[in-house]
Design a protein around this ligand. Structure first.
Ligand code: ADP
Length: 161
């Protein structure tokens, strides 16, 4: 079975991430979208909430060959654990390229079986990033076109606390 891991912070998941995930699910037998975290660093949303929001989106989209998980440590170690040799990553603009190329080469240096497959996002998702979404939301802007509804609800709830 051809398994791909789609690793990322997903803090929070956006429509751009979901576009990459959907394409990956059409290509591979199984895609494991896995939230990478560092227990010493706190993100914007708690890890369990990020996982919950991804599960909700995957269910809504009816992606039956997608598994949602989280991991800590090296992505290549997690991939080995899951029996995957492909990492799925998204590319938005040329600015993503240098960082992604370094990451991909570092991962193959750590494990020569690991290959990275890049998906180019649709133009309408090109400018969307988790940090832009957080920035717009924190300043009172409308993020409903950039993320699933459950993410809007979760961020609203976080704000009202
Ligand atoms: P990381 O912290 O590992 O960069 P992110 O959660 O920001 O994780 O992103 C995970 C992956 O999804 C990265 O490969 C990133 O380039 C890609 N990505 C992020 N936003 C988009 C988008 N709007 N369209 C396509 N790919 C995206």
């Amino acid at each position: 079975m051809n398994i791909a891991i789609y690793p990322g912070s997903f803090d929070p998941i956006t429509n751009g991430h979901l576009d990459v995930l959907k394409s990956g699910a059409e290509i591979f037998d199984k895609v494991i979208i896995a939230v990478a975290y560092n227990s010493k660093k706190q993100g914007y949303l708690p890890i369990e909430e990020r996982v919950r929001l991804i599960r909700d989106a995957v269910e809504t989209m009816g992606l039956n060959n997608v598994e949602v998980d989280k991991f800590e440590g090296l992505t290549v170690d997690y991939a080995k654990l899951k029996g995957a040799e492909v990492l799925l990553r998204g590319l938005r603009a040329v600015s993503d390229f240098e960082y992604e190329m370094q990451l991909s080469q570092a991962n193959s240096a750590l494990c020569n079986k690991i290959k990275t497959v890049f998906m180019i996002t649709k133009p309408e998702y090109n400018f969307i990033s988790s940090s832009t979404v957080r920035e717009i939301f924190e300043n009172g802007g409308d993020i409903s076109g950039f993320v699933p509804k459950s993410v809007v609800d979760s961020l609203m709830q976080k704000k009202s606390k």
